[in-house]
Design a protein around this ligand. Structure first.
Ligand SMILES: [Zn+2]
Length: 429
């Protein structure tokens, strides 16, 4: 199978390559990139005026499988990923059972063979994510866990966590941290601020996130472990990550579109589609996240795709579960909010969504780059098309998004996974 992509704007952040070129794919690899390629291909895509980028790598999604497959499962989650141009996802372990055993990990990896995205499954750090006893971290790594995380919460027992980080460092593995001081969050449901006051709802302080971000950074300094801070939402956490990088601590950070687009000022009614964890913060925090993406303090854009059933999200903010979906809107939201406004260049968008995530995962030898010899995971993105978000049309089983009905710019036209077209916006595949 030969696939020829003609006249696209090819973006390869690894080499700062940003030029109109043709791309030839044979079987599962990119075999040639040149201004003009004349080749009898089985399929030719005209990508004039479009970005041709490495497939997006989303470091943070929840596919709810096993245990909560009424919200999402590996197959439906992967379809949502493909529709969003995402060719690799990191799935978080807070399923039921949690991903704390080789058996559960094997179940996911087996099912993921039929998925239209690469699934990199994380292991939890403690058994049942109960925070009391460590998982057999070495066995999980040997069975294919790509990293370790207690996402959804933090391991609050600092000595247990310190022990885990030492073991993860010894394996030269990666830890991804959801930073939340459980004792301080109490029953908070949205940011402590303007909306929590107006709606009379219990608030979540910035310090909930900042304190554990600081703890984890200093533990990474002690142990030497590679630490990735998930869904950074506060100015304080940004400052801490900047400091850590200046100190030479091995830390990276990600931000989600909702945290660089929306502040808590938009929550003017009791609508649980605005409830996520961490919550939408103040305008000042939103500015800090944008600046951190611009200056490179934050390395990656992820979604924290967190599907829930409509019945769950139609409840009051006070009782609904935390989380929103994000896979199918992430690229266009990023383009609209950051690239079109001149904050990031198209090349930097590809850096935050493809190349840096690949480096963080250690898979940049084969993925995250538009170069000859790489696996042909590619997204073709039209930056000129305007789209009104229609959550009912999502491939995801869920539609819980605060962006429904919003006009955004940019559309994924094709997603190519290992040389195969797994999403084509003109066909309903
Ligand atoms: Zn989280």
């Amino acid at each position: 199978m030969k696939l020829l992509i003609k006249n696209g704007r090819v973006l390869n952040p690894a080499t700062n390559f940003d030029q109109v070129a043709d791309v030839l794919v044979e079987e599962d690899k990119i075999v040639r990139i040149a201004r003009y390629i004349d080749e009898n291909a089985d399929e030719v895509i005209d990508a004039r005026g479009k970005f041709v980028m490495p497939g997006f790598i989303d470091l943070h999604v929840h596919f709810r499988d096993p245990g909560f497959t009424h919200k999402e499962d590996i197959i439906s989650g992967a379809k949502a990923a493909a529709a969003g141009g995402v060719t690799t996802v990191c799935t978080m372990p807070n399923t039921n059972p949690a991903v704390d055993s080789v058996e559960t990990l094997n179940y996911i990896n087996d099912k993921a063979k039929d998925a239209v995205t690469n699934v990199c499954q994380l292991s939890s750090i403690t058994k049942g994510m109960a925070g009391e006893e460590l998982v057999d971290l070495k066995a999980m790594k040997a069975a294919g866990a790509v990293a370790f995380s207690e996402d959804g919460k933090s391991v609050m027992d600092i000595n247990l966590y310190y022990e885990a980080l030492k073991q993860i460092k010894d394996m030269n593995a990666l830890v991804m941290a959801h930073c939340e001081e459980k004792n301080l969050v109490k029953d908070g449901v949205i940011n402590e601020g303007v909306a929590s006051k107006n709606l009379e709802m219990p608030g979540i302080l910035n310090a909930v996130e900042d304190i554990i971000t600081a703890r984890d950074i200093f533990l990474a300094n002690e142990t030497g472990v590679r630490l990735h801070i998930c869904h950074v939402s506060t100015e304080g956490a940004v400052r801490l990550i900047k400091m850590a990088k200046e100190m030479g601590i091995k830390v990276t950070g990600e931000a989600c579109p909702h945290h660089f687009i929306l502040s808590d000022a938009v929550i003017d009614k009791d609508d649980a589609n605005f409830k996520m964890n961490p919550p939408l913060r103040s305008e000042k925090d939103v500015k800090a996240i944008i600046e951190a993406l611009e200056t490179g303090v934050l390395d990656a854009i992820s979604t924290d795709h967190a599907p829930h059933h409509e019945d769950e999200k139609s409840q009051s903010i006070k009782s609904a579960p935390f989380g929103i979906v994000g896979l199918e809107t992430s690229a266009a939201l990023t383009y609209t909010a950051l690239v079109e406004r001149g904050i990031l260049s198209p090349l930097q968008m590809a850096e935050k969504m493809c190349y840096n995530p690949a480096k963080i995962l250690g898979i940049d030898d084969m993925r995250g780059r538009m170069e000859e010899g790489m696996i042909a995971d590619i997204v073709i993105f039209d930056p000129s098309e305007e789209v009104i978000v229609n959550a009912k049309k999502f491939r995801s089983k869920a539609s819980n998004t605060p962006f429904d009905g919003k006009l955004i710019k940019g559309k994924v036209n094709y997603t190519i996974l290992g040389g195969n077209i797994v999403f084509d916006s003109c066909k309903s595949i």
